[in-house]
Design a protein around this ligand. Sequence first.
Ligand SMILES: [Zn+2]
Length: 308
Amino acid sequence: MKIFDAHSDVLYKMWMDPTIDFADSPKLHITYNQLITSGSKVQCFAIYIPEEVRPESRFEVALEMVEIFYKKVIDPFPLLKFVRTRDDILALKENEIGALLTLEGCDAIDQSIIKLQTLLRLGVSSVGLTWNYANFVADGIAEPRGGGLSSFGKEVVEEHNKALIWTDVSHLSIKGFWDVMEVADFPIASHSNAISICNHRRNLQDEQIQALIKKNSMIGITFVPQFLTNHGNATIDDVLKHLDHICSLGGENHVGFGSDFDGITDTTRGLENFSGYESLIDYLLKFYSENQVKNSCFTILSEFCQRK
Ligand SMILES: [Zn+2]
C-alpha cells in the first residue's frame, strides 16, 4: 500500500535543530529510512514560520527552510524525488518517493505577491493561507475577530488558481473558509478532522466538509491527538471514526491523510511516527476494501494535484 501524506513539519524541526539528520534521526517522526521501509509514495514537507520570528525576518526564514528541503532532504537521497505536479508523481518509479514542498501560513510573504511567486518558483505546490492567527491574507481560527479573506488574500488565492496549486484551508477562520470556497479553484484541507466527532476549533463542521466534497476537493485526516478525540488518549480507532464520518457525508473519494508528524509533541497510540501507517493500513483493511484503502492512502491525493 502506498501512502500520500499531505502535511508534516519536518523542515521546521530541522530548522530549529540543524544537527538533525533526515536519514534516521530519533528526534524526527518522519525520516528517510521510515519513508523507504513503511510504504511512502509522496510526502509533503511544509514551510512553517514560528510565531517568534520577527515579521521582517519571516521571508528569509522561509528561504532557509527551502534550502533545508533541497540540501538535507532531497539531495542526499537519490530515491527521494522532488515533485510538484501530477505528472511528476505518475512518473515516479516503483522504488522512488516524491517530496512535495508546501507553505503553512502566508505570514512569510507579508503583503507581497512577488514573495509568493518566488516561493512558487522555488517549488511550493500548496499554500495554507494562515496558521492559527491573523496575517495580511486572512484570520486564522484562533483569531477572536474571525475575519475572512482580505482583498490581498483574494489576490493570493487567484495566484494559486493561475498556478494550478492547492489553497489549503486548514487553520483558517470559518469566515475565511467560506470566502476561499468562493474564490479557490483547488481548495484542500490538508490536516483537519471532523468537529462532529471531536469538538476542537481546528476541525471542520459538516457543512464545511460537504462544501469541500461538492467542490471536488479533499480532506486529510490528521493524527493530532487533540483533534481526534475529546476523551483522553487517541488511538487508531479514532482515526477510523473521522474517516467513517467523512465517508458518511459522501466523502469516500475525498478523504486522505495529513499526519502533522513533527508538528506535534503528543502522538496517537499506534501512530507514534511514520511507520505507524503500517498498523493504520492493517486496521483499515479490516473494515474497508483494499481499493478503498488504496484510494484514501494515495490515489485521491495524487489525483488532486492539479498542475500537470
Ligand atoms: Zn498545522
